[in-house]
Design a protein around this ligand. Structure first.
Ligand code: PSU
Ligand code: MN
Length: 307
C-alpha cells in the first residue's frame, strides 16, 4: 500500500492550536482523563479553564486533548471542555484504547499515555498534568503498572507533573522509570515530590532549577539521538501542601475499600482518586487544582524556552 492510500489521520486542531502551529508558537498539551476521571464537577471545569489561561498568560498555547465522537481533538473549545467536565460515561482512553475509541466513533478522555501519543503525532513536545500513573502498591501480586510508564519510555514528550501519588508504590515507580531510561528531573528541589506533599522521602534522580536548563537538557538528549520522554516533577506550592502523614491515613482507607470491592484494571486509579476526594471532604481537590496550575505555568515556560 502506498502512503496516500492510508486512511487520513482522524485528527482535528482547534483554531487556536492550528494558528499556533502555523506561527511556530510554543504549545502545551493537556490531558482530559484528569477532567473526567480525576476530579469531580465543577472543580474539574474550573481547573480545565484556569490551566488554559495560565498557559496563555505565560506565552504559550494550550491544547487539551480528547476523543470526541471518534475524532482525536488537539485543542478543545470552551463548549467541548464544559461537556466533557459534566459527562459521566466517557471512556478512559490509554494506549490500548486510543485507536478503539476512534474506530468505534466513541468519546474518550485521554490518560497521560494516550495524550503523549496524540501530542507526539501533533508535533507538541511539552505536556502538563497533575499526577502520572505508576506502579501500584502490591503490584508484585496484582501486576498493576500504569501504561504511562511505558509511554514515557518510548514517546518523546516532556511531561510536567507534581510527582506520583502515594496511592502508588513510589520507590518501585522510580525504579521502573530508571530501568526504562526515563530521566526524572525535580524542579528546584533534591526531593522527589509526592503530589499533595512536597517530599516523598525519596531523593530525586536529577534536579534542575530553571526552564532554560530543562530545555537545554532535552536538546542535548536529542543531539545524542536519545529518544523517549522525560518526567519533570514540580513540587506543589508550600501553601497548598497536605503533609504526607495525614494523606497516608486517607490513602490507607481508600486502598482498603478498593480491595474490599475488588476493583481492578483501569477502574483502580479513578476509584482511589474519587475515594480520597470524599475522605478529605474536598480539601485534596484544592491542592490538586493548585498543583496542576503550577505545572501548567512551568510547562509553558519550558515550551517557551524550547523555542
Ligand atoms: N493520577 C492522578 N490523577 C489522575 C490520573 C492519575 O493523580 O487524573 C489519571 C491520569 O490520566 C493518568 C491515569 O494517566 O490516571 C493513569 O491511569 P492508570 O493508572 O489506569 O494507567
Ligand atoms: Mn492500572
Amino acid at each position: 500500500m502506498t502512503k496516500h492510500n492510508l486512511p487520513q489521520l482522524p485528527l482535528a486542531y482547534s483554531k487556536e492550536v492550528s494558528d499556533a502551529k502555523a506561527r511556530g508558537a510554543p504549545i502545551v498539551a493537556l490531558e482530559s482523563t484528569i477532567i473526567t476521571h480525576g476530579m469531580p464537577y465543577p472543580g474539574n471545569l474550573a481547573m480545565a479553564r484556569s490551566v488554559e489561561d495560565i498557559i496563555r498568560h505565560a506565552g504559550a498555547v494550550p491544547a487539551t486533548i480528547a476523543v470526541i465522537d471518534g475524532t482525536l481533538h488537539i485543542g478543545l473549545d470552551a463548549d467541548q471542555i464544559e461537556k466533557l467536565a459534566q459527562a459521566t460515561n466517557v471512556m478512559k482512553v490509554s494506549r490500548a484504547d486510543l485507536a478503539f475509541a476512534i474506530a468505534e466513533r466513541r468519546t474518550g478522555a485521554t490518560t497521560v499515555a494516550a495524550t503523549m501519543i496524540a501530542a507526539a503525532r501533533a508535533g507538541i513536545s511539552v505536556f502538563a498534568t497533575g499526577g502520572i500513573g505508576g506502579v501500584h502498591r502490591g503490584a508484585e501480586e496484582s501486576f498493576d503498572i500504569s501504561a504511562d510508564l511505558e509511554e514515557l519510555a518510548r514517546t518523546g514528550v516532556l511531561v510536567v507533573c507534581a510527582g506520583a501519588k502515594a496511592i502508588l508504590d513510589i520507590p518501585k515507580t522510580l525504579e521502573v522509570l530508571e530501568t526504562r531510561g526515563v530521566p526524572v528531573v525535580t524542579f528546584g528541589s533534591e526531593d522527589f515530590p509526592a503530589f499533595w506533599s512536597r517530599v516523598s522521602g525519596l531523593k530525586s534522580p536529577l534536579t534542575l532549577s530553571s526552564p532554560e536548563a530543562i530545555a537545554n537538557f532535552q536538546r542535548t538528549r536529542e543531539s545524542l539521538g536519545i529518544d523517549g520522554g522525560m518526567l519533570i516533577a514540580n513540587p506543589v506550592p508550600e501553601e497548598f501542601e497536605i503533609p504526607r502523614e495525614e494523606m497516608e491515613i486517607y490513602i490507607g482507607r481508600a486502598l482498603a475499600s478498593a480491595e474490599r470491592e475488588e476493583i481492578a484494571g483501569k477502574a483502580v486509579t479513578p476509584f482511589l482518586l474519587d475515594n480520597i476526594f470524599h475522605l478529605t471532604a474536598g480539601r485534596s481537590l484544592k491542592t490538586n487544582i493548585a498543583l496542576v496550575e503550577n505545572n501548567a505555568r512551568l510547562a509553558a515556560e519550558i515550551a517557551v524556552a524550547l523555542g
